[in-house]
Write a protein of this length. Structure first.
Length: 431
């Protein structure tokens, strides 16, 4: 049950590899996608179109999406918590879930002969939770501990506080975990209200991978999921346009200073999304040859942690870079970061650098598809958000169509220092 905190790099590009993908829709509106693979391992996932950005601050709902995610593991009319937790473990499988700002995803991985077992379990736990008061109290304590653990981590805390300040008074600024105040107000009625609002067939996508007959896939989907009410898909929050500039700092019992600087940006539906992923990948992506890693960490040894991330959502987006360094060196790191950013503003990449950048992103995308849980997420999110899918070759064609001048123009637009915000966690004065 993990979350997005700080700078865990992911590729949110909507693409999948080349095995045949089959799609159909049940009579209740549930969209189903099955990726035909021939490995001995199969997987299944159910994505719900709700996350922390759908929470109403005026109703003190912060943390509700994540709380419901936890609670569906705690019992149904057919199963107690220990039955749910052990059902896939008994056959060597894996069952997990996570909440993001816009989706909640439940998924399982297992040997292919256990697909019916997995679908039966997912359908039962996700659609028929009981939300027993005694389980709510136990899980409230667990989530509060999770919240405090996250806030003890300066990188997690920095990401939370930066988002809260950047998306001020907008649901994208909500912490996925909620706050101690809102978590204390969660009760059975609120959990059922949230579940009844969002957990309907129209607002879900079922994704499967594995080697099966098409008729069997349709039979399982009908058997286990046709009971879900059709419902309707709630609209995402209004689009967040632009953040008011801020520069904030706080003190914490840490040895290094932790800094995040960035700005609000365009979201998932913008044509500049793919070029922005490419630009970010060159600057501070997962590769050890990123500009930030080579030009700052390796060259000067000023920091161990230094990453950037572009985060597009339906309701907005952001780009930011985060780093940790001795307090007296943070200003130097910041200036070096801007030195790298300005390189893209002032001059387009040459042919060799450009070829390497595109080749690297293609390879990273292809490797990420080796993970079945990643594939499930990509397919489910793409259908849920776009009602469409893009193959890996189609994504490669779009990457090839991007030109160095496009990246330079984007850099000029995005890397406007006057639009950037900053949040800093500094050591206590006696540290």
């Amino acid at each position: 049950m993990n979350h997005r905190f700080g700078f865990k790099t992911t590729f949110a590009l909507m693409q999948y590899q080349n095995p045949p993908l089959h799609r159909f829709t049940l009579n209740n509106g549930l969209r189903v996608a099955w990726l035909e693979t021939h490995a001995p391992v199969a997987s299944a996932g159910l994505m719900v179109g709700c996350g922390s950005s759908f929470e109403n601050q005026n109703m003190q709902e912060e943390g509700m999406a994540h709380f419901v995610e936890h609670m569906v593991f705690k019992g149904t009319h057919r199963r107690q918590a220990h039955h749910i937790l052990s059902r896939m473990d008994e056959v060597g499988g894996d069952l997990n879930a996570y909440t993001t700002k816009e989706q909640t995803f439940y998924y399982a991985t297992f040997l292919k002969e256990h697909m019916a077992r997995a679908l039966d379990l997912l359908a039962d736990m996700v659609t028929q939770p009981t939300f027993l008061p005694k389980e709510i109290e136990k899980e409230r304590s667990v989530i509060l501990d999770e919240y405090h653990t996250a806030m003890d981590d300066p990188i997690d805390a920095l990401g939370e506080w930066f988002d809260e300040s950047l998306f001020q008074n907008h649901p994208l600024g909500h912490s996925i975990l909620g706050t101690p105040q809102t978590l204390e107000k969660v009760d059975q009625n609120k959990l059922f209200d949230w579940h009844n609002t969002f957990y309907n067939a129209t607002n879900m996508v079922l994704v499967l991978t594995g080697n099966y007959r098409p008729a069997k896939i349709k039979y399982w989907a009908e058997k286990f999921f046709s009971h879900i009410i059709e419902g309707k898909r709630p609209n995402p929050p209004h689009f967040f346009k632009e953040a008011a500039r801020f520069s904030k700092q706080t003190q914490k019992a840490v040895q290094s200073a932790y800094v995040m600087t960035g700005r609000s940006l365009f979201g998932l539906y913008d044509a500049r999304r793919l070029p922005m992923f490419l630009l970010n990948n060159m600057l501070g992506g997962p590769g050890m040859n990123s500009r930030f890693n080579m030009g700052i960490r390796e060259k000067y040894g000023l920091t161990y942690f230094l990453e950037s991330q572009y985060s597009p959502f339906q309701s907005g987006g952001s780009w930011a870079v985060a780093w940790a360094a001795p307090d007296k060196k943070t200003k130097r790191v910041n200036e070096l970061i801007w030195k790298e950013l300005n390189r893209f503003v002032e001059k387009p990449l040459g042919p060799v650098q450009w070829h390497k950048a595109k080749t690297q992103l293609k390879g990273q995308l292809a490797l990420s598809n080796a993970s079945s849980s990643h594939l499930l997420h990509v397919i489910a999110r793409s259908i849920l958000v776009f009602d469409a899918l893009e193959t890996l070759p189609e994504t490669f064609e779009k990457i090839d169509a991007i030109q160095p001048g496009d990246i330079q123009d984007l850099a000029k637009e995005v890397f406007d220092r006057d639009a950037f915000c900053m949040y800093c966690i500094r050591p206590l004065e006696d540290h």
